[in-house]
Design a protein around this ligand. Sequence first.
Ligand SMILES: Cc1ncc(COP(=O)(O)O)c(C=O)c1O
Length: 463
Amino acid sequence: MLKLSSVPIQNKGVKEILETKYQEIINQIHVQIADGRLQPGEKLPSIRSLSEDYGCSINTIVKAYSELEKEHKIYSVPKSGYYLVGSRHFEHDPSQEMIDFSSAGPDKWNMPYRDYQHCMNQAIELYKEEMFQYSEPLGLSTLRFQLSKQLQELQVFAPAERICVVSGSQQALDILVALPFPNGKEEICIEQPTHFSMIESISSRALNAIGIEVTSDGIDLNNLEKIFKERPIKFFYTVSRFQNPTGYSYTNKEKKKIVELAKKYNVYIIEDDYMGDLDTRKKSDPMFAYDPSGRVIYTKSFSKVLLPGLRLGEAVLPDSLIDSFTKAKFAADVHTPVLTQGALEIYLQSGMYGAHIQGLRKIYKKKGEILKQAFYTYLPDEVTFTGAESGFYSTIQLPSHMKASHLVHSLKKKNVLVQDATGMYLPQYKKENVIRLSVSQVEDTKIAEGVRRLGEEVVALLR
Ligand SMILES: Cc1ncc(COP(=O)(O)O)c(C=O)c1O
């Protein structure tokens, strides 16, 4: 850990000394960054130890660190400490560095902990009274109003009364899986592979599900029509952009066609737009925009753009499902915690959310570009891939005789973590030769090296 050397300051007034110490700490860190003594990613001394070294108050150190945070020189990790921004230089032995393509969380270095903390503090004040009693099952009406406004930016036009706040979008999906639908049908159609938690919801209730394969070209719409026509499909669950795990995003033409088919065969659509905010294609519409009447049930998550631990999501429901959904939500957890709801409302209303999203779009887009380039450079011809450009999820399909679990195991020994996608299939559609990569938590500078090791390992296993 870095040690900052303190230089005593003489002949100064108390206020001046405090000001000087605060500036001195900042200057020392600047100097140590410039001369390389302090490396990107390195942990800074704790606030307490630095205040002892400098013989100054904890507040002085906090002020200095906050200033450096504002300059984006350092960042804080709750319960851990302060770190220098940037990735470490691994000049010694890059092959020893762990590269984690398996974690599905958002980019840790760009999450607005501090801003959200302010919003939480304000929410405690603002919603003090509400916290002494139970609140509305579908969420605070003031938050639902803000969500209705924010959704307009995604071409989702729905009044606050149709929007419900859920404890993570998974809660909405799970409730909808179990609810009877107005079309009276009982089977569910899902993309294959798909979001693991949705498979869990379906299988935990022993419901019948029909799969439709997603490839790098999307789904076969003729097959979808056949399924809608021949099976009693209650709803089609689709992740319309940045699909998990393939990274596939439908074109507007495909989305329009899917909605037309749903209308024609009286099928509902659950459009999981969990990362819609991150779409940089300005003209890309959600399926909801092609039928806002309620045929398309729209869900959105705040886990990938804010913090998964907040458990915040939303769903736009048809009028016909609001009563039954409200009862089910009440039965599940009465309502989503008021404090996190209140903080989200403040975060949205203050404009912080909009600014944060603008930044994130660029970050994930860049990651996608780097990953795609690395796939082209390092993957052998024997494999195919999907969704490299998504900036989040992508898959690699190995030759059929190769097991994903073997590759996961041998890559771990090379310090690369990837996910076996076997659990992302329904049992009857299972493929055991697909791995999922999540690039969100891998620093840009490590992406190519991770893919290089992956390509090398695939070649070794092929031999
Ligand atoms: C397709 C999909 N939808 C939704 C979510 C997020 O769910 P939640 O809002 O419950 O955290 C995820 C998380 O990985 C996901 O992959």
